[in-house]
Structures are given as C-alpha cells and as structure tokens.
Design a binder for this molecule. Structure first.
Ligand code: NDP
Length: 279
C-alpha cells in the first residue's frame, strides 16, 4: 500500500462471502501504480445487513463500492438512482457516491465484456451470436451484444424459463432456444459466449461441439478459473479466436476506479499478470 493520508479516498467491495473477490487485487494494483492517496477494502456484509450498510456509505465518507454476490440484485432498491442499463440487466455492481451524497448504481459487466472482446478479438463485428446461460453475467453479455448492434442473439439455458425472462427484460433481437439446440444454433454465428458456470475448476464441463461454427468465429468463455477452459482449448484446436474471461473482469473495474479515484486506469499485461498470480 502507498502512503495514506487522512484525506485518502475510500472504496471497497461488498459481498458475502467476499474473500474470493479479485477486486481488491485489481484496485490495489492501480492505486499503487498511479500513486493515489486511496484505499480499496473488502467488506463482508450479510444479506440482511446490506441495505443499511449501503445507505451508510455517504455518511462514512466512502467514494463508493463494488457489489458482488449475492447482493447485485437487492442493491437496486438501496441506491437513489439506477442507470438504465443496470435496470435492464437487473443488477448493480458499481455504486458511486455523488457530490450531494446520493448513491448512483450502475452495471459495468456489459462494458467489461465489450471492451475485452474489442481488445482481444479486434476483427470481430456484431452479427449473429450464441450466448449460453441466463444468470446475472449472461444478462450483461446479452445487453452488451444487443447494444453493440448484434443482428441476432440466440440464448440457450438449461432452465428455459430463465432464458425467456432475459428475452423479455433485455429486448432487441434476442431469441431463447432449447438447451439441447445449442450446437445447431452455432450455424452461421460469428460469436459463442459461455456465460454459464460450466467449465469452472472443480465443476462439470461444458459439453458442446464447435463444428458448426464458421471459420473466423470467436469463442469467448467468461469463466476465468481456469483461465484456459476446455472450451477455449477446443476453440483453438478448431482454429477459432479464443477470448478468455479474465479481461472482462479487469475491464469492468475501470469505470468504478475512475469515478472514485479520479484516474482512468490501464488494463494491460502487467495488471493481468498481477491478478493471475493470485488466482
Ligand atoms: P449464475 O449463478 O447467475 O448463473 C449460472 C448459469 O450457469 C445459469 O445459466 C445456470 O443455468 C448455468 N448452469 C449452472 N450449472 C449448470 C449445468 N450443470 N448445466 C447447464 N447449465 C448450468 O452465475 P453468474 O451469471 O453470476 O456467473 C456465471 C459464470 O460467469 C461463473 O463461472 C462466473 O465465475 C463467471 N463470471 C465471470 C465474470 C467475468 O468478469 N469474467 C463476471 C461474472 C461472472 P440455470 O439457469 O439452468 O441454473
């Protein structure tokens, strides 16, 4: 940690549990790198306490906070203003304390997804996409693709009703397809995104053959433990562009850092290496 004064800006991440969060590593790295008089702290807050804790942030002088599991949805009603994108996604992951002491909630996962995809697959253009999953992160991914101008988003989820809800909430050219149709849906798609938890270390794998994806397609797995998931390894074997999940995590942190600490931070190899060392 750098030199802290009594004027240090304070932000943190609120979750339960919070010990798994990578956000302190990301923001701590940037604070040191940019020599900022500030600190970023993990706050373990139980679900029953989260509303009161968030309402207390301005009185404690906090610049704001990230919100992680399981609070991202409940926080919608604890802030004073909710960004329209966060409202559509149905989750807030970043809170900024405004000058007047009010709390502004936004969702930076869609931004993080888009920025990383742009950086890691510069040749990708919005067209047809297939997204697997209908949880919080899938909702952000679908919103990002719709807003980027995707012509069609085919959404497959094990629980069909959850996918239907995403279609209704996000709007745009999104269609829910059956989970068993996920391989056939790849036909003509320029992008496949895994936004399920399948493929995570210690969990069941994602079963999907990539043969129907056209040459030049991009495969993005937002799972980042392991960094090289079996899906990404299969994409490389098929000669496709493989995009890992870590970059989304790093990019989604940028808007919060800029708002709280007043510097637009870089997402680069040095940051990746720093965070990877802790995975
Ligand atoms: P949720 O718990 O909200 O959603 C989990 C999703 O996985 C659901 O769609 C669920 O389907 C599906 N799923 C789980 N088990 C199975 C299974 N056995 N078969 C088929 N589908 C299954 O999680 P999140 O959306 O928050 O996160 C999903 C993943 O994304 C996690 O691995 C997380 O680490 C990663 N993530 C990455 C981020 C990044 O920045 N790179 C950011 C946030 C998350 P169903 O609806 O049927 O239960």
């Amino acid at each position: 940690m750098g030199m802290l004064t009594g004027a240090a800006k304070v932000a943190g991440v609120i979750g339960w549990p919070v010990s798994h969060s990578r956000s302190p590593a990301i923001h701590g790295y940037w604070l040191l790198r940019y020599g900022i008089d500030g600190v970023y702290v993990p706050f373990p807050v139980r679900p029953g306490d989260v509303y009161d804790v968030i309402r207390m942030l301005p009185r404690l002088g906090l610049a704001g906070a990230n919100i992680t599991l399981p609070h991202k949805e409940t926080v919608l009603c604890a802030v004073d203003q909710v960004d329209p994108l966060a409202r559509r996604i149905g989750a807030v992951n970043t809170i900024v304390t405004e000058m007047d002491g009010s709390l502004h909630g936004s969702n930076t996962d869609a931004y993080g997804f888009r920025e990383h995809l742009r950086a890691a697959a510069p040749g990708w253009r919005p067209g047809k996409a297939v997204v697997l999953g209908a949880g919080g992160s899938a909702r952000a991914v679908v919103a990002a693709l719709v807003d980027a101008g995707a012509s069609e988003v085919r959404l497959a989820n094990r629980t069909a009703a959850r996918a239907e809800r995403v279609v209704d909430d996000i709007g745009g050219p999104v269609t829910a397809i059956a989970w068993d149709e996920r391989e056939a849906a790849l036909d003509g798609a320029g992008l496949l995104v895994n936004a399920t938890s399948l493929g995570m270390d210690g969990g069941p794998p994602l079963e999907i053959a990539l043969d129907a994806l056209p040459a030049g397609a991009v495969v993005n797995d937002i799972v980042y433990t392991p960094l090289e998931t079996p899906l990404l390894a299969a994409a490389r074997r098929h000669g496709l562009t493989a995009v890992d999940g870590l970059g989304m995590l790093l990019h989604q942190a940028r808007p919060g850092f800029a708002a709280w600490f007043g510097a637009d931070p870089a997402v680069d190899e040095a940051l990746r290496a720093h965070v990877l060392a802790g995975l």
